[in-house]
Design a protein around this ligand. Structure first.
Ligand code: COA
Length: 385
């Protein structure tokens, strides 16, 4: 096949049994389980283990995994020293990519990554997965303090993954409802079939590069505005609109100018993104719990969604996962430029599941190209040009 399809749109890049999207009906499955059931009953720790192993863990396996994630929260002081020397003005995604890549220099690889055979060292794969997943939220939270000139807050071993992240980030005991919302946000962002960053995982994994490099490459791909980052723009848009009575005029003028409304539409879903429905439910719960004491942007967001549904539903364009997540993160005291790092923390589970799957049946990626350059010609000496 020599037909060139820009962006490889619709071209299968792998066979995978990790997740699946039914775009017509708006359903996302992790290992066959609908995302709604996981968001209702599971935790990020349990969902990660499901993504990694292909089955729900037993109580003992989950307890073991949870304590391994806790034991790996401490960050070496050399890493901390390196972070203190990074420019505070850098984007948190650039910091995260740099620090995750550097971990490969601290933790040795495995013989299983030096040969051309499929990797069978499952202990190495599991231990490295735990190291990366446990450290990423700590690195992100530490950066928030370091870039503002303070010492980072030490991790707590009595808190869950989501709770400890919020605690290290804000220094406050996390509100139980907000911590549960963060837990669900991590579940919802943990995996989403083959997209640009997951494809970066496959390509890098296929060369048997060390796993820290593999995840750093994925973080780099996610950092681009066409992939992660829409939720940061949603928040900016809501602030620009300001009050609910301005929504209609704002949306109509954007649509008249053929501009996009951030947080609306998704290439894979022709109905509402199921993750947005779950987040909307959590937001309603949060709004009810807060009563009158609420950021006015919540009312603006509800109005934007209603107006967009009226104008865009006929085109199959509805709210996506990014529409509500940024608003909820800002309510947790998280700065907007850290929203994509949260996406990366959550997606580390899916990325590492794909890393493992790639190694289990590996062949180095070597696509072809359609050459569009000059035909054969002869070298012209510089004096004759
Ligand atoms: N705002 C306004 N109009 C939108 C829209 C949006 N967010 N998303 C799609 N549309 C319109 C398109 O302009 C097109 O209109 P037309 O038929 O009159 O030309 C129609 O809906 C169909 O959209 P299409 O171009 O087929 O969608 P797509 O699959 O190419 O694009 C996105 C999907 C995600 C790139 C697009 O919806 C978008 O840019 N959304 C905003 C960014 C965002 O929130 N990204 C995060 C995704 S998780």
């Amino acid at each position: 096949m020599n037909e060139y399809l820009p962006g490889l749109a619709g071209v299968p890049a792998t066979q995978s049994n990790i997740s699946d999207i039914d775009g017509e009906n708006g359903i996302l499955f992790y290992r066959g389980y609908p995302i709604e059931e996981l968001a209702e009953h599971s935790s990020f720790e349990e969902t990660s283990r499901l993504l990694l192993d292909g089955r729900l863990p037993t109580a003992a396996e989950l307890a073991d995994f949870t304590s391994q994630l806790k034991e790996n929260r401490r960050i070496k002081f050399h890493t901390r020293g390196m972070m203190k020397n990074l420019p505070a003005s850098g984007h948190p995604m650039e910091m995260l990519q740099t620090v995750v890549a550097s971990l490969g220099m601290f933790y040795p690889g495995s013989d299983c990554l030096t040969g051309s055979d499929a990797c069978e060292d499952l202990d190495y794969i599991h231990n490295t997965t735990v190291k990366i997943m446990a450290r990423m939220p700590c690195i992100v939270a530490m950066w928030e303090h370091i870039r503002n000139g303070y010492d980072p807050i030490e991790p707590r071993m009595d808190l869950s993954y989501a709770e400890n992240f919020l605690y290290m980030l804000t220094g406050k005991e996390p509100d139980p409802l907000l911590a549960r919302i963060m837990d669900v946000c991590l579940i919802l962002h943990a995996e989403h079939t083959i997209n640009a960053s997951t494809f970066a995982v496959l390509v890098n994994a296929s060369t048997l590069a060390n796993p820290y490099t593999v995840i750093a490459a994925a973080i780099g791909a996610l950092s681009g505005p066409l992939h992660g980052g829409a939720n940061q723009r949603v928040l900016g848009m809501l602030e620009e609109i300001g009050t609910p009575d301005k929504v209609e005029e704002y949306v109509d003028s954007k649509l008249a100018n053929k501009e996009v409304i951030w947080g609306m539409g998704h290439r894979e879903y022709k109905t509402k993104d199921p993750r947005a429905t779950i987040l909307q439910g959590l937001m309603d719960k949060f709004m009810a719990a807060r009563g009158g004491d609420l950021n006015p942007m919540f009312e603006v967001a509800k109005r934007v969604e209603a107006v967009c549904e009226d104008r865009l539903a006929k085109k199959g364009v509805y709210a996506n996962v990014d529409f509500y997540s940024g608003l909820l993160y800002s309510e947790m005291g998280i700065p907007a430029d850290q929203f994509t790092t949260i996406f990366a923390i959550a997606r580390s589970a899916g990325w590492l599941a794909h890393w493992r799957e790639q190694l289990s049946d590996n062949r180095i990626f070597r696509p072809t190209q359609v050459y569009t350059g000059e035909p054969r010609r002869s070298y012209v000496p510089i004096s004759k040009r």
